[in-house]
Design a protein around this ligand. Structure first.
Ligand code: FMN
Ligand code: SF4
Length: 345
């Protein structure tokens, strides 16, 4: 049961148990097409033998983009850049797989469209047509992702973006078919999953990134996320990446793998669902322990920004990552990169 052994997400073989969690590249053109700056980022991860690389969030509707540097998959003219990217990863020859993360930023998008009004933010509540457009946006973007040669799709339902806003009682105060009970708050996610599944087919891997619970958990509890995941697992979901609010935290020894306890609770309830754990995984020892216990895949973001060749180094005996979780990379000026790489950690 080594972390270097292959594993499966649905029918897709992943050459080892390491996942690069979605990482916004901050480097697209203003029309959402990807620039040449993306290419070395992805080829270095593939050369570094990352088993599954999840690309940064891609907007599925133009109005759902979060920033002008964010890449899109909402239009056919976005396709050629994605085709180039998937080809580069697949041609490296390390068998790394590549997933497209499909996202709508909701209240954080340039349109500020959200499930319902909020006290803490200026937002525009979505009407029925807006919601229909979101469903169509995810469906059509999934078709494009498959056409572009991605090996899997990840639906982004975490971190307070649109699907996560719909799941949470705190941010979804609608009283129609899309809000209220858990069943109604989950309806948008369930409908999108079912539409995406119908267009990509039963053999194409779909992964969900979801908060194991919100913080504070009154908005969306671990019992509720388990219920949502149980239904989706019954409907053929292939894996869940368990995250949470405030996903990129500072790390001390005591909070390494800070979402592991919620992920463990979810695993106890749904043993058949492959778990990808993200959030502050920093030592090989901890990764091995969690893999022995219940985690199928170990996912990291910031450590791979600093060391795209981390997996090769682990193979050679490296014991922990160099990244110090300072989050300065979140403010990278041109393309996401480690801002303190030359400073000794
Ligand atoms: C610069 C940066 C960009 C990120 N972009 C995304 C993203 O596009 N989609 C997403 O789901 N999470 C994104 N995240 C969150 C990470 O995927 C991950 O959940 C979080 O950083 C915790 O993992 P880590 O401790 O290994 O960094 C981003 C985090 C950082 C620091
Ligand atoms: S800037 Fe900080 S958090 Fe980002 S990769 Fe570098 S060390 Fe890690």
């Amino acid at each position: 049961m080594s972390l270097f052994d292959p594993g499966f997400i649905g029918s897709l073989e992943i050459p080892n148990r390491f996942v690069r969690s979605a990482t916004g590249e901050f480097a697209a053109n203003t029309d959402g097409t990807i620039t040449k700056l993306f290419l070395p980022l992805f080829s270095n991860l593939a050369k570094g033998e990352v088993g599954l690389i999840i690309g940064g969030d891609l907007y599925v509707l133009d109005e759902g983009k979060a920033s002008h540097e964010m890449a899109g998959i909402s239009q056919d003219y976005h396709l050629s850049g994605h085709k180039e990217l998937t080809k580069i990863v697949h041609d490296i020859g390390t068998n790394s797989k590549l997933a497209a993360q499909l996202s709508h930023s909701g209240a954080h998008s340039i349109s500020a469209k959200a499930p319902s009004i909020r006290d803490d933010m200026q937002v525009v509540p979505m009407d029925h047509d807006d919601i229909e457009n979101v469903i169509i946006g995810f469906r059509d973007s999934a078709i494009r992702a498959k056409k572009a040669g991605y090996d899997a799709i990840q639906l982004h339902a975490a971190h307070g973006y649109l699907l996560s806003q719909f799941l949470s009682k705190r941010t979804n105060q609608r009283t129609d078919a899309w809000g209220g009970s858990l069943e109604k708050r989950s309806q948008l996610l369930f409908t999108i999953y079912s539409e995406v599944r119908s267009v990509v087919g039963s053999n194409f891997p779909i992964i969900l990134k979801i908060n194991g619970s919100d913080d504070p958990s009154e908005g969306f509890s671990v019992a509720e996320s388990s219920e949502v995941l149980t239904k989706l697992t019954d409907d053929g979901l292939n894996a869940a990446e368990i995250s949470g609010m405030n996903p990129a935290r500072a790390i001390k020894k005591s909070n390494e793998a800070y979402f592991s306890s919620t992920a463990r609770k979810i695993h106890t309830r749904i043993e058949s669902l492959p778990i990808i754990l993200v959030g502050g995984l920093r030592t090989f020892k901890m990764m091995e322990k969690l893999h022995r216990e219940f985690v199928d895949f170990i996912s990291m973001c910031r450590p791979f920004i600093r060391e795209p060749d981390l997996i090769k180094k682990f193979k050679e005996g490296k014991k922990s990552v160099d990244c110090i979780s300072c989050n300065r990379c979140s403010k990278s000026p041109n393309v996401v990169s480690c801002m303190i790489k030359n400073v000794k950690s």
